[in-house]
Each structure stands twice: as C-alpha cells, then as structure tokens.
Ligand binder design. Sequence first.
Ligand code: ADP
Length: 599
Amino acid sequence: MSPHTILVHSNSLCVKLPASFMHQPKRKSYNVPIHKPYSCHANLTSQLQVAMTNEVTDSASKKIIWPSPNDETPFWTKDLPSCNVSMDVPVAVNKDSDLVHIAHVTAELAPIAKVGGLGDVVTGLARACLSRGHTVDVILPFYECIPTRQITELTLICTYNSYYDGNWVPTKAYRALISGIPVILIEPSNHFFKGQTIYGGSYNELEAYVFFSRACLEWMQVTGTQPDIIHVHEWQTSALPLLYWDMYHNLSLKKPRIVLTIHNMEHYGECRKEQLSKSGLDGDVYATADKAVDDRTIGHNPERLSLLKGGIVYSNAVVTVSPTYMKETLCSGWLASTLIKHRDKYNGILNGVDTAIWNPATDIFLPAQFNAERIERKKICKQYVQKGLGLATETITSANDIHVVMDKIPLIVCITRLVPQKGLHLITHAIKHVVELGGQIVVLGKASDGRVEREFKGLADLHKQGPSIRILLMYSEELAHLLYAAADMVLVPSVYEPCGLAQMIGMRYGAIPIVRKTGGLADTVFDIDDHSNHEISNGFVFEGIDEGSLNSALDRAFAYYKEKPDEWKNLVQKVIKIDNSWNNTAGKYIGVYNSVRAR
Ligand code: ADP
C-alpha cells in the first residue's frame, strides 16, 4: 500500500537538535506572597538551603508557615511555574562512544502526561540516554489535557496527512521541550485524544492508538526521520511494529529497528480484525497463532487480535521491567507461549528512578530539602504533612520536642492507582492495622472503577476528621512528592508488580519499604531479618496475599521503628543512598539497542 501523503512542510525538522534545544531554560523564579499558606515552600527553600548543614533548629522551624486543613488552598497546590527539571544530572555520567538515535513512541510521559509508572519510565530512560550522549526524541499524542504551560519551545513543525479508515486525516506535529526532553507532539484534527484525562476520553481508545502508531511512522516518512531505534511501549503502540515491517519498511523507512517494552502484561490491546484494518493493514492477515491472534479466542467466532502479542512477534527486541517479572511472565499467563517462542529476544531490565525529578536534596515541592547527611530535615516534611492534613501532632516548643513527637508516631504512605493489582484488600486492611499499632497512614490513590472509588470514598469520609488516617482520592504529583518525603514507611502490597517505582522512590526519600515479594518488588527490597542478605537488606517483605502475612511485616516494621531508633536511622540513611537510578540500568537498554540496530 502506498500512503499518499500531502506534506506541508517543515524546515529543520529532521535534522539533529540544535544545541540550544538540548538545554533546559533556567527555571523561572517564582515569588509568591509569604502570607499565603502555600507560599512557604519557595521562601523556606531558600532559607533552608543556606542552612543546609544545620540540624533542625528552632529558627528554621519557626520560619515555616505551617499549613492546616482549614487553609483556603490545600497545602500541596501551589502555583509552581512548571514541573520542569534540569537535564543536568548531578552525577558524573560517562558519555557512550557508540551513539544511538532513539525515538520513543509512547502514550505517557511524566510529568505532563503521566498516569502511572509508564510516564516515569519513559522520562527517566530518555533523560539517562540523553545524558550519555545519545539522541532521543519522545513522540506523544498531543492530548487536549496536557498543561501547555509546562511545555517550553512549543513549535509547529509540520502539517501532514495520516491514513485512517479510508481517509487521510490532517495532522499536526509540534516540537517541544518537556522536562528537558525533546518531544514531538502529534495532534490529529479528528476527535482522538480530546478530553480532560489521558485515558478514558469519549473516543475509541484502541482505534486512537492504532491511528497514533501509524501517524508516528507517517511523520517519520514524510520528514525523512530515520532513528536507529523506535522504542514502543505497552499495547497502545504495539501496532507500530506490524505497520513498520509490513508497510513503512517497504516504503522509505529502512534503518529503524523496533524495541518493545512491556510495563504490565495485564492489558493485551484486544482488537477486532476490522479495527486493525482501519490502519490500512489487512486485519485478517494477522489472525494466525504465529502473528497476532489472541490465543484465548482461537475457535471463537469471531476471533480477536492482541496488539501486544503482535508487538512481541514483530519487534526486534522485547523488554520487560524487571528480571523477576520476566521469569513470572514466562511461566504464567496466556502470552507465556509466545514469550517462550521469542525467548532469545526477551529481556528483563529493572526500571530506574529519574533522579532529576525525584531528588529530596533539590525537590521544589518540599518545605525542607534533605539527604542522607541532613536527615533531620526530613522531619520538617513529616510535620508539615501531618499539620496540613490535620493528623495528630503535638505542639512544638523546641527542636528537641520535634524530635520526640516524630519518633513516637510512624507515618506510612501508600501512593498508588487503586486497582486490584495493587492489593486493594491489603491496603484497606493496612489502614486498620496501622492504627491498631499506633501509627498514622495516608493513602493517595486514584480509582478508575466506580465500585472501588465508592468503597474508598466511604473510608475517606469515615476518617477525614480523625487523628491517624487520611485517604485522598485523587492524582497529585505535588502531594506524592511531599508524602514520600514525610513518610517513615512506604507500603506496596501488590498482588503482582512488574517493577514498581513507589518502593524505589520511597527509599530515595528515606521511607522504608514494606512490600509483597513479587516481580520488581522482589528485585529491589530485601528483608531486614534475612541475615544471609544483610549487606543489601533494606525493608520488610511478606509473601502471602492474606492479611496475616501483611500483619507480620507491619508488626516487625513497627517494632523496629519503636524499639531500635538508632538502627532505624541508619536504615533510613542506607536506603536514601541506594542507587536505583537509571544510571545503573540505562546501559542495559543501550546494550539491547546496539544488539538490534542496523549498521
Ligand atoms: P504503576 O505503573 O502500576 O502505576 P508504579 O509503582 O510503577 O505503578 O508507578 C506509579 C507511579 O505513579 C509512581 O511515580 C507513583 O508515585 C505515581 N502515582 C500513583 N498514584 C498516584 C497518585 N494518586 N497521585 C500521584 N502520583 C501517583
């Protein structure tokens, strides 16, 4: 098939980025009136930066305007200019000698189009590869809900037509810089990607992403862009490998090779043959066991396709997000047979944390920034969150009093999408048990299912005035930063977890992880009582999916916190220093890119 494109054009479109594009403009300074309850961050940050070497002092704590639940504006919503962070990673990163051009094609990108870990991973991996000298573009739908104030250097670079269901849809491509990362935003003129949320708009999501997959290749073709690697993610962009090898590679795109990362095997991109046909491919051709048929539907009438399976078959390399999840997926689930068949190109690479976005020593959302050496300042964050949410605290009369109060009440946070995968029954049980143990718990979660939403709303209302429990049913990047910084412990009781970022981010912010032993949690958290692993022990691990198993981990964590304060402090310092950054694992992705690229 020959796609008839009308290129209205763009100048310097496909050439390498100019140097100026690679540098993040300086963050704007923001002056907010000091008397507003939420203004204390900016003010405090500069004051506290000066005093970075000091412990918590009376004077430092007095300078804080403590928030309260009665504030007109909740303490985590303040008028920050953007979530932009500098591209400069504050560690020496060696440049690679053999450089690769990578184009990520993704449904999410943190922080502007993030729903879960996928967004974090694309941003973190892209930044890590840029730091190592590689050329990286991220291609993202231009969702209507993207806050354009968080985008810099937004420029329309190209208007072109992309095929969909018998028509050529006028489509715009913009170049922009988001958190220091070069991004191409694809904006079709039809109704796709309109609405106030990333997912769940009033258009057919599967068809929108199939369109997007082709629109990315079409953009590459009309502009002559030929990256070494097109890196697709999840089912949403898994039609791209099919479109590439069976259509665009027969046209002018010869150089790219395709890498697929599966972040979560729960969603397969279930697709009717005619839906795939709307991309211009013949859906019937893919309805075979060795291509993209959904094996669970073989013999049904009609059979369905799975975009994710097609992506696995058609990509040059497939990666999933932790070694343990890789083993798990080879042993269970209907895709196991396909993965076993393609075992030679299947890799398990642990995700990293984006240390530019997640850095307690520079985090602009915190009332006090800290690191392993300035651990006392974490207590300001804890006190700040406790006060802001109206959780029980005691009056501060001096620095010593802060110390005593903080050591008495452990604060646990659980920051998660509220879906069954995350162990909902264990989260609701933890809410009860933590309080029985004399602690405090804050759940920050967003449910997509109405029944789950109602259940947690009931709990939230029940406890909203109490001293120990807060359940906040929303998505808030700012509050997530504050909670990780405030927390003594971070709870991740997932039934299964491909990698999990919450435990790694939590550790970076000095929160001790309490996790279920599964997937990437098993690869990153090692039980404190496992004496054979003392060197790497860093948290509390349980295995069962029952309440008793969770209780045993919580009980041990609370006992450790209360009975061994010095050891606890050492543990907090130890976990802050653990390097779970992309600097550790990006090299493995580069290895995969190099193993498949065309020379
Ligand atoms: P998943 O990708 O399955 O959602 P991960 O642990 O890999 O889980 O990544 C979750 C990411 O989303 C983390 O950065 C976490 O802090 C963030 N997150 C999850 N829920 C919320 C929320 N309600 N508000 C803010 N951030 C959230």
